[in-house]
Design a protein around this ligand. Structure first.
Ligand SMILES: [Fe+2]
Ligand SMILES: [Fe+2]
Length: 355
């Protein structure tokens, strides 16, 4: 998850992370818990789309229903960390690696804070607004009843993800005495609003639907970057794992939702949505270099050193490679809708590094 995904651009854990399993061609539905229910036909909105609920065992398996509260254990040794350096791109840079140990720990802790804050705000400010609209039937997409009912389960999941993220952030703050340094407005929201401001009013809601679909299919890939580092606090690893398991179901749901959405759009709306998709992927994935620069300056780095770290950690090639890898399945869902038949759309996907 960095945005959520942007937080992990260039992370060295990519070489061994379980995300590889997620980059295989997607099963369209069926879910993370392997408990698909009987398919439900869309009511004529998408004749070729069958909904197979990924939430067959949600009552027993969702984190909100079965996971315990994750709490920090008593510190067992000085070596236990709050986040894996492998998942913090700037931590690998020599100028950061040589910081005093207490400052280096702060780099990891602030990264954890950003990750948790991102999660809480994404879920509450964007995703759940859309999900509630899906559940209530107000997003203008004709969906099977089962699918609208499942949206209530996602709503509960996301609310719990926000709660456990804020809970963990408060625990870490109280344990360490290190205050979170967080942007007033999360960058993904700022970028989404900037994109919406360029659109005619009638397309702004569509942009948000595409943004949520994109983020929900990108997010599970990013969450698969679960810290496998045993040196990281168990509460942190378990919180991320709880989230990843739920997001696997959401990913399957939104891959199907996109088909229903598409079936209900006219030609002009489809073209608008297709042109928006790469910009929205970029809005979600592009690292928040302004916030990271501010943070680096706070550790006493000079402006030149901070710029050097940013330029070397987030070089164009690394960012582009991360975008392509992370967006692989999301891209597949859009290309399956033949969006690339339009040369202007294909060019837009190329411009944002997706092709
Ligand atoms: Fe979530
Ligand atoms: Fe989700």
């Amino acid at each position: 998850m960095c945005g959520i995904v942007g937080l992990f651009v260039g992370c060295s854990a990519l070489a061994y992370c379980p995300r590889k399993a997620l980059t295989a061609p997607a099963a369209p539905t069926g879910g993370a818990d392997g408990a698909a229910e009987e398919g439900t036909r869309g009511a004529g909105a998408a004749e070729d789309t069958t909904y197979t609920s990924p939430f067959g065992r949600w009552w027993e398996r969702s984190s909100v229903r079965q996971a315990p509260r994750r709490t920090l254990d008593e510190p067992s040794s000085e070596a236990v960390r709050y986040f894996s350096p492998d998942l913090v791109p700037v931590a690998r840079h020599p100028l950061i690696a040589k910081l005093r140990p207490e400052l280096f720990d702060q780099v990891l802790i602030q990264h954890l804070y950003r990750y948790l804050d991102f999660t809480a705000k994404l879920e509450t400010l964007v995703v759940n607004r859309t999900v509630l609209g899906i559940a209530g039937g107000s997003v203008g997409v004709e969906l099977p009843e089962e699918m609208r009912f499942d949206a209530y389960k996602i709503y509960c999941d996301e609310a719990y993800h926000a709660l456990f993220s804020v809970d963990l952030m408060r625990q870490v703050r109280d344990r360490t005495g290190i205050a979170p340094r967080l942007p007033r407005q999360p960058y993904f929201l700022k970028r989404l609003e900037e994109i919406q401001a360029t659109l005619a009013p009638e397309y702004r809601a569509l942009a948000e639907l595409i943004f949520v679909t994109v983020s929900e299919t990108l997010i599970s890939a990013s969450l698969a970057e679960i810290p496998v580092d045993d040196g990281v606090m168990p509460a942190v690893r378990e919180t991320i794992r709880d989230h990843a398991v739920d997001e696997g179901r959401h990913h399957a749901y939104f891959a199907t939702f996109l088909k229903y959405l598409w079936a209900g759009l006219d030609r002009t709306e489809r073209r608008t949505a297709a042109l928006l998709a790469p910009r929205l992927v970029d809005a979600f994935l592009r690292p928040d270099t302004d916030a990271i620069r501010e943070e680096l300056l706070g550790y006493g780095l000079s402006h030149d050193s901070a710029e050097q770290v940013l330029a070397e950690v987030y070089d164009e090639c690394t960012v582009a490679a991360h975008t392509r890898l992370t967006a692989k399945r999301t891209l597949h869902y859009f290309t399956s809708l033949d969006v690339l038949d339009d040369p202007e759309v294909a060019q837009e996907f190329r411009t944002y590094g997706l092709l």
